[in-house]
Design a protein around this ligand. Sequence first.
Ligand SMILES: *Cc1c(COP(=O)(O)O)cnc(C)c1O
Length: 227
Amino acid sequence: MPAQPTLSQITAHLAEIRARIDQAARAGGRSGADVTLIAVSKTHPAETIELALAAGQRHFGENRVQEAEAKWPALKERFPDVVLHLIGGLQTNKVKDALTLFDVIHTVDRPRLAASIAQHAGELGVRPACFIQVNTGEEEQKGGIPPLETDGFVAECRDVHGLDLAGLMCIPPVGDPPAPHFALLKKFARRNGLAGLSMGMSGDYECAAEMGATHVRVGSAIFGVRA
Ligand SMILES: *Cc1c(COP(=O)(O)O)cnc(C)c1O
């Protein structure tokens, strides 16, 4: 296993990434304050997450409900201002658990899931912010609504399910230049009146921030490589 990072390393990484985001956002004609940095803590133990919390980080991303359930309830109790983002695929049988723990869902990508989120959110009395994941690269193995079905699915999530739609999310195919995917996501968001763009990871968050991301999801550049 890779060595766990120290507090000073995590603090320095966060400051460096924040500065790069601010610079990229300004280059794109915006303010760095328009970009939320989500620290992706998947696979990292609670002790490492605590270091990022000590460094002042409050937005975190996890990709698996079960893993998050093992780490986050205790941390959220101690740090009630944490905002937890689900960035991995969500199965309908995990929706209730997910909505109990997560504040924001980035991976709404099919009608059955949207319906299940609406139903459980109503029962739990919560209004999670939702991003619709778009499969901009049309990859078979990847989650996300196909690009051509995006407008219709946005309307369904809004008008049929009454979800609180924050925006759109994408994960460009490995090896593709990310910019065309980010541009497509932005175009779809604009024409659907959605303000949020969840795009950009360790390798391309500056490009994303310059192109209009409101949320970047950064893991390894903060915590180091995952086991
Ligand atoms: C793991 C993950 C990230 C972070 O990836 P890094 O390359 O480590 O920054 C971002 N988004 C999603 C959806 C992920 O699963």
